[in-house]
Design a protein around this ligand. Structure first.
Ligand code: NAD
Ligand code: ZN
Length: 390
């Protein structure tokens, strides 16, 4: 089959590889009908996630048709149409039973690596390094889906792939980010980053009752998409100082809820951002945490900072004293996607939201090398790339 493979920093290749096989009676094989490139894939592309190996198949946002099931699979059958959440859940461990599926204890066969590095392990993730289990990803024609009775979510025929694909990751991720804010009536929510995750966080903040939402980025087309709901206010941080501007916009108090939908590859020109860049280049630290610092600085006293943006390591100069003095609540982490698939699918079916609004590039797997580059550089007004197998 054809698959998009990691080939080293800044390089992906489309390669012919063996078809996946059932290796456990609880597995299913899915023929991929649509897949996407995620901002998280850029951290792999840019070489910031350790334990990637040449030839690893990328992709954790995918959907398709079940073409084979293992002997023990009870709830799926050949022909079912499914979306597959990016974290792999066993459904049985304490974490899965307590609705924290991205922290599953059982689905990362390389848990020892994580334990040696960090003292704990989290769930396996498709196409996301050997540290996260070394699973082959879904930017391919076929993919093996383990724990097939627990993970895939069946979608009826008749609803287009583009409307449901993002239930695998970015829609739940934006939603969880907004939900973790604990939005109360009257709240102003500020969202850093108008990439796919930020855009879904913005839409979700409105769904959860925000009074005002302020979106921050520097790419005009992304700010325009944020504002396309007719009520989100936008702030171009290349024109204004984010901290001062947010203060002005909120009567000097600061936004009640702050969402960092940027993560470890934040762009910035302030001294802290320049220092981050140098340290990252010298491999002294993984993360550029400019936005996280700014969110902590900007948030009103007693507010919440929610962090869906990915961070990977130890970070310097986090203003913990300020977070403490202001009595902030901070929430973060990989999304427990399984909690959100059904309720968000229902919203899509009801017509509350059409998640395909942010797709700018419709391609095939063959275009992946060029599209990784385009999405990384935010060229060609690229916001979200989806790819069909051919
Ligand atoms: P993206 O790269 O398309 O978007 C990031 C956006 O942040 C860009 O538009 C960029 O211009 C903007 N940005 C950069 N520096 C900024 C600054 N200083 N101020 C304001 N905006 C700034 O990526 P994405 O797909 O939207 O993903 C965003 C983050 O979410 C990534 O770190 C990704 O890994 C993470 N993510 C997390 C989960 C999860 O489970 N928690 C799931 C998916 C993605
Ligand atoms: Zn993702």
């Amino acid at each position: 089959m054809k698959a998009v493979c990691w080939w080293g920093k800044g390089e992906v290749r489309v390669v012919n590889v063996p078809d996946p096989k059932i290796i456990n009676p609880h597995d299913a094989i899915v023929r991929v009908t649509l897949t996407a490139i995620c901002g998280s894939d850029l951290h792999l592309y840019d070489g910031y996630v350790p334990t990637m190996m040449r030839g690893d198949i990328l992709g954790h946002e995918f959907m398709g048709e079940v073409v084979e099931v293992g002997a023990e699979v009870k709830t799926l059958k050949v022909g079912d149409r499914v979306i597959v959440p990016f974290p792999i859940s066993c459904g049985r461990c304490w974490f899965c039973q307590n609705k924290m599926t991205s922290l599953c204890d059982n689905t990362n066969p390389n848990a020892w690596m994580n334990e040696a590095m960090n003292g704990f392990a989290t769930a396996g993730i498709y196409g996301y390094s050997h540290l996260y289990g070394g699973y082959s990803g879904g930017q391919a024609q076929y993919v093996r889906v383990p724990f097939a009775d627990v993970n895939p979510f069946k979608v009826p025929n008749g609803i287009p792939d583009e409307k449901v694909l993002f239930l695998t990751d970015i829609f739940p991720t934006g939603y969880q980010a907004a939900e973790q804010c604990g939005i109360e009536p009257g709240d102003t929510v500020a969202v850093w980053g108008c990439g796919p995750v930020g855009l879904f966080a913005i839409r979700s903040a409105w769904m959860l009752g925000a009074q005002r939402v302020i979106a921050i980025d520097r790419f005009r087309e992304r700010l325009a998409l944020a504002a396309s709901d007719g009520r989100t206010e936008t702030l171009d941080y290349s024109d204004e100082d984010t901290f001062d501007e947010l203060k002005d916009l909120t009567g000097g108090r600061g936004p009640d809820r702050c969402i960092d939908a940027v993560g470890m590859e934040a762009h910035g020109t302030f001294a802290d951002a320049v220092l981050d860049r140098v340290k990252q280049a010298m491999k002294l630290q993984f993360d550029r945490a400019h936005v996280l610092r700014q969110a902590i600085h900007s948030c009103r006293k007693g507010g919440t900072v929610s962090i869906p943006g990915v961070y990977a390591g130890f970070i310097d100069k986090i203003p913990m004293g300020i977070a403490f003095a202001k009595g902030l609540t901070m929430k973060m982490g990989q999304t427990h996607v399984h909690n959100y698939t059904k309720p968000l699918f229902d919203r899509i079916e009801r017509g509350d939201i059409d998640p395909s609004f942010l797709i700018t590039h419709r391609m095939t797997l063959d275009d992946a090398p060029r599209m990784y580059q385009t999405f990384r550089e935010k060229q060609d007004e690229c916001v979200k790339v989806v790819m069909r197998p051919s």
